[in-house]
Design a protein around this ligand. Structure first.
Ligand code: CTP
Length: 406
């Protein structure tokens, strides 16, 4: 079988050095890679590095070997075009359809999925001009991964870092796998919001009421949505997992924090998935000092109060066309309980799984039934959490299509 063909476009940013590592990962895992650095990229990392690491000659100019029409040749044969780092200038040129160097020419000839991995200073990323360019590219079907938050060039830090090469490689691998299977980037241009993990409700500065949720299913939903082209906001409660490359990650602790973060992020989202295990109750009072045991005395009982039902609130407030998905873990009468919960919460889809016997919490696998408001029922056999995540996105896309919105 032919190797999958990747064109790696490199923009002129300091993060070009990280693209070398991405290139290595791609070639070592059996991809045929052609690198197109911009002129400014070559000021950071030179041509010999790109050709040695890719094992292919590096085209940098439309004028080189013009008889081969390089932009058309490279573009037509590509299974994936990934641009890392994508600078503010490169995003602007791509958004306006400029064709003033080999990379932007190639961008106009490719018909395969295109992934942009922007990297720049926070001010440039947040500038309205860049925001509009990114929105334009996403609307046209490109996958623009959000930059990571962290240390930038120099002493400052903020949003704008290129995600780590391993994580970018995973995004490329997933997008290529969908392409090979003939599956479209059917969430391109869509914004999805996912909650993950388990909330913690503090009793005092050192103790909390919590639960066993690992966050794995929510993170799998984030990774798979990204690979289908979505812009992803992940509201993560106390999960010790690596950030999915390209997602905006909002960290929260309590149910009340999660309610605020979800309400804000969901206002204009196309789909919202509540995969987090939210504590139904919290201690009525939180002690500012550590609660001490007292010799010879029984401990005080802990009074609890109800937390808001975030899923029910989001369902009630959802804008027209937004698909809201909930989860339910049940121990018995799973489908009947699920139907009741679907109606009570008012969401569009409810993913019901049976808990116990090593299922669900903390494991790598899951099995579930996806219940739909209005009657549909899709069983998903036991398998990796990413497989269930993809079936959930299939159901979300179907529902949006049925409403004439995808
Ligand atoms: N959920 C929520 N806010 C809460 C509790 C739960 O948004 N305060 C969401 C969960 O994220 C999940 C769904 O609701 O998507 C189902 O949660 P579950 O705890 O199973 O439902 P409950 O309403 O608590 O029902 P019960 O305790 O009766 O099983």
């Amino acid at each position: 079988m032919d190797k999958p063909r990747v064109v790696l476009g490199v923009g002129g940013g300091i993060a070009a050095y990280k693209a070398c590592e991405l290139l290595r990962r791609l070639t070592e895992s059996g991809h045929e890679v052609h690198v197109i650095p911009t002129d400014s990229a070559l000021r950071f990392v030179g041509e010999p590095t790109w050709s040695a690491l890719s094992g292919n000659p590096v085209a940098t100019e439309v004028w080189e070997r013009a008889h081969e029409v390089p932009h058309v040749r490279l573009g037509r044969r590509a299974d994936l075009l990934v641009i890392a780092p994508a600078t503010a200038d490169l995003l602007a040129r791509a958004a306006t359809g400029r064709a003033d160097d080999l990379l932007t020419n190639t961008l106009l000839t490719v018909r395969c999925p295109v992934v942009f991995a922007p990297a720049m200073h926070t001010e440039m990323w947040e500038h309205p001009a860049t925001r509009e360019n990114v929105a334009t590219l996403r609307r046209r079907g490109a996958l623009v991964v959000d930059p990571a938050v962290g240390r930038l060039t120099g002493a400052d830090s903020g949003a704008g870092r290129l995600p780590e090469p391993d994580a970018l490689f995973e995004v490329c691998r997933r997008v290529l796998a969908r392409g090979t299977a003939g599956l479209p980037l059917d969430l391109a241009g869509r914004h999805v919001v996912i909650s993950a993990g388990g909330t913690r409700e503090p009793l005092d500065p050192v103790r909390f009421l919590g639960n066993h949720s690992s966050g794995k299913q929510g993170y799998a939903l984030a990774r798979t949505a990204l690979a289908r082209g979505a812009r992803v906001t992940l509201v993560a409660a106390n999960a010790a997992l690596p950030d999915p490359a390209g997602a905006e990650v909002v960290r929260v602790v309590t149910a009340e924090d999660m309610r605020q973060a979800m309400t804000k992020a969901s206002a204009e989202a196309d789909a919202v998935v509540m995969a987090a295990a939210v504590a139904d109750f919290r201690p009525a009072a939180r002690s500012d000092i550590k609660i001490k045991k007292r010799d010879g005395q029984d401990p005080d009982p802990i009074a609890l109060v109800r937390n808001p039902d975030i899923l029910a609130e989001l369902s009630a407030a959802r804008p027209v066309g937004q698909v809201v998905v909930g989860f339910a873990a049940e121990t018995h009468d799973v489908l009947a309980q699920g139907r009741v919960k679907l109606a009570r919460k008012g969401c569009d889809l409810l993913v019901v799984n049976q808990v116990g016997e090593g299922r669900a919490f903390g494991t790598e696998e899951n099995e579930a039934v996806i219940l739909e408001a209005g009657g549909g029922e899709t069983p998903v056999p036991r398998g990796p959490k990413e497989a269930l995540a993809d079936r959930i996105w299939d159901a979300v896309v179907r529902r949006r299509e049925a409403a004439g919105r995808n």
